[in-house]
Write a protein that binds this ligand. Structure first.
Ligand code: NAD
Length: 322
């Protein structure tokens, strides 16, 4: 049995060992780059398992090139929009993803880390100290931070990640939790005293706003310019979900006017180039990019391949084949 990995990945040796222990031979595209198309199509014809990344385009052309021996596409990541699921299912090929708990934990921690660093103005102070080359001399007229404790935290999308953010903010900082979601979360209501409210109310009442809702037709521009105008002065605004949910131009305008305490964005468009307000923390869509999460994801990819090639049920399938 042969497995092909499309790109060197985190803990490749661990993946290789897991497969070797199960008698599966392993090859890969050795570079830390997207696998060339011709190599991908060539491997579709000879491999029993292909271990993919979300930037690999596993489309109809790929499945046309696949031989009957190909049994599994094991995708590294929670998403799998890079894969033509219908074509895979029609060919009897299992597709798996890696929805590991550690990845949700990591993204929630990254959300809270952005919130804390912006509330405490850490990126700004760091940048000022480094760029001035001298001891900072802040004015006593303008405290640099706002308190995190005993505030109201509004979470837009109380799913796997949002609920973790709620728990951390409630248990760690005694925050009152408001949330906007299509579904009531009775566990959050009971355990953390969370309150489900309409989006307008959440934006008007929250000191901290965390966007953790998926991007889809119904949530595109959900936090529109009109909604951004409702955010109360001195609030901290965090988006660790996707760009496209928040009207960034409106957010940038309020930041530049000094109307918010700051913003932390893991996802954004080039609109951020227009920010001249200094209390902003930008990361680079790296919220779940941590040792523990990536180790668990790599292990899940390998375990799925071993299971399917041994005619067992995949751990985390996203389609069903006969
Ligand atoms: N920044 C990163 O690196 C990173 C990493 C992982 C996930 N994400 C993003 O975080 C998002 C949330 O992830 P999750 O695992 O918590 O998702 P999830 O599916 O567990 O939760 C989503 C929540 O949003 C709610 N929701 C969905 N559509 C809605 C709508 N139209 N109106 C109101 N509520 C709605 C759902 O009811 C659910 O409670 C993902 O979709 C992804 O875009 C970002």
């Amino acid at each position: 049995m042969k497995a092909f990995l499309t790109r060197v990945t985190y803990k490749t040796d661990m993946v290789k060992q897991t497969l070797a222990d199960a008698g599966i031979s392993f090859s890969m595209y050795e570079k830390d780059q997207v696998c060339p198309r011709n190599l991908l199509l060539q491997q579709a014809a000879v491999a029993d398992a292909i271990l993919t990344h979300t930037e690999d385009n596993i489309d109809a052309e790929f499945f046309a090139a696949a031989s009957p021996r190909l049994k599994i596409i094991a995708n590294m990541g929670i998403g799998f929009s890079n894969i033509d699921l219908e074509a895979a299912t029609a060919k009897g090929i299992i597709v798996t993803n890696t929805p590991v708990e550690q990845a949700f934990d990591a993204t929630a921690e990254a959300t809270v880390a952005l919130l804390v660093s912006v509330a405490r103005r850490i990126p700004t102070l760091h940048h000022q100290r480094i760029s001035s080359g001298q001891e900072l001399n802040p004015s006593f007229l303008n405290p640099t931070s706002v308190a995190i404790r005993n505030k109201t935290c509004g979470i837009v999308g109380l799913g796997r990640i949002g609920a973790r953010v709620a728990k951390m903010m409630h248990k760690g900082f005694d925050n009152q939790i408001l949330y906007y979601d299509a579904i009531n979360n009775s566990q959050a209501d009971q355990e953390w005293g969370a309150q489900r409210v309409e989006l307008d109310e959440l934006l008007q009442r929250s000191d901290f706003i965390c966007v953790n809702i998926p991007l889809m037709a119904a949530t595109k521009n959900l936090v529109s310019a009109e909604k951004i105008a409702l955010v109360k002065g001195n609030a901290v605004f965090i988006n660790a979900a996707r760009d496209g949910i928040v009207d960034e131009a409106a957010l940038v305008k309020r930041l530049n006017n000094g109307e918010l305490h700051g913003a932390g964005l893991d996802v954004y468009t080039d609109e951020v180039n227009n920010i001249c307000y200094d209390n902003i923390a930008l990361t680079a869509h790296l919220a779940n990019f941590e040792d523990e999460a990536y180790t668990a994801m790599s292990q899940t990819v390998a375990n799925n391949v071993v299971a399917v090639l041994n005619q067992q049920t995949a751990l985390t399938p996203v389609n069903q084949v006969a």
